[in-house]
Ligand binder design. Structure first.
Ligand code: AMP
Ligand code: MG
Length: 325
């Protein structure tokens, strides 16, 4: 795969139906022209992503909202767009018939986001088309927050735009706009607390009553490293040994681990800093041949901490059997 920093060239490739990996403020994305069903099909194939898992469409201008969402467009869409775009919020709403079914996995809705990363914004603007892009990793594996994380997993895309380390380090928050409120489908870089300032958040009970379908692609196991991962708790603390890598944050009281390698996500327990460093730390542990298992400290579930714990539970799901049905 060719790597570089030529945004004009990358935009030209997108227009021609090619696949371009690009940095966003959340994680790296694997992009294709959203209106080119053939290019979109290649995205699923390169990522080995099941076609029931729909893609997020990325735009660079507010006028593109009407290219993707079917009118009448709910006012809450504009309220959220005004408050959080450009930025790491994905809005799901009724789609126009022109949006290929492959992008939305046959759903009547489409997920749309306007990234704030300057390279992503410029790329989409120059391409002149909305860009469908999932994270640039293999399905189910660790998300990429640096160009080298992408190179570890993919080599089929036509170009990799290297923009250094991403800004938030964790995926976008996904919300579905429904009559009377907004449902959080995935916790992410925008916290529930900040959404609540602008819109009503529907509780699961209200959603059940309305009979809305849950979001596809929300699996119990996701974002996983290729070796066992455990969230540290009292009952498994004793299992940390010389073959373990340990990821901590400063709030942990006991720091006398036996592990061979320790990475701290944030020296002063800052949740945003932890999110930024989370996937990179997991990649380092995954790549170290001496490490056979990874232990990670939980974080408090406030603000972006909710999104971090969501990622950790999914990443550890196949190994952390305790308390599972
Ligand atoms: P990713 O591209 O890997 O960040 O994942 C995007 C996620 O957004 C998917 O896995 C879905 O769960 C969610 N999503 C995308 N489009 C829709 C949609 N039309 N309705 C509900 N959820 C969606
Ligand atoms: Mg993903």
């Amino acid at each position: 795969m060719q790597t570089g920093t030529d945004v004009v060239y990358a935009a030209d490739l997108l227009r021609k139906g090619k696949l371009v990996v690009f940095p966003t403020e959340t994680v790296y994305g694997l992009g294709a022209n959203a209106f080119d069903a053939y290019a979109v099909a290649r995205v699923f194939s390169v990522k080995k992503r099941p076609t029931f898992d729909p893609l997020i469409v990325h735009i660079s201008a507010f006028e593109q909202i009407e290219q993707l969402f079917q009118s009448p467009i709910d006012e809450q869409v504009y309220t959220l767009a005004k408050a959080f775009w450009p930025g790491p919020l994905t809005i799901v709403h009724n789609k126009k018939p022109e949006v290929p079914d492959l992008v939305t996995s046959g759903l009547p809705t489409v997920a749309v986001r306007m990234p704030s990363h300057p390279v992503a914004a410029e790329l989409i603007r120059l391409a002149g088309v909305p860009v469908a892009a999932p994270s640039a990793n293999l399905f189910g594996c660790l998300s990429p927050t640096q160009a080298n994380h992408v190179e570890k997993q993919l080599n089929e895309p036509d170009y990799l735009l290297d923009g250094g380390q991403t800004i938030f380090g964790i995926e976008s928050t996904v919300v579905s706009v429904e009559p009377g409120g907004v449902r959080i489908l995935r916790h992410g870089a925008i916290s529930q607390e900040s959404l609540e300032v602008h819109v009503t958040i529907l509780t699961e009970k209200e959603v059940e009553k309305s009979g809305q379908l849950p979001s596809p692609g929300m699996l119990k196991s996701h974002y996983s490293p290729r070796k066992p991962l455990y969230i540290i708790k009292e009952s498994n603390f004793g299992k940390i040994n010389e073959e373990s890598g340990v990821i901590i944050n400063s709030s942990y009281t006991m720091k006398n681990f036996n592990g061979i390698k320790t990475i701290s996500l944030s020296e002063n327990g800052n949740l945003c800093e932890m999110a930024v460093n989370l996937f990179a730390a997991l990649h380092v542990m995954e790549d170290d041949p001496e490490i056979k298992q990874i232990f990670i400290e939980p974080v408090s579930e406030t603000g972006i901490g909710k999104a971090i714990m969501d990622r950790l539970r999914k990443a550890a799901y196949n190994y952390d059997t305790e308390g599972k049905p």
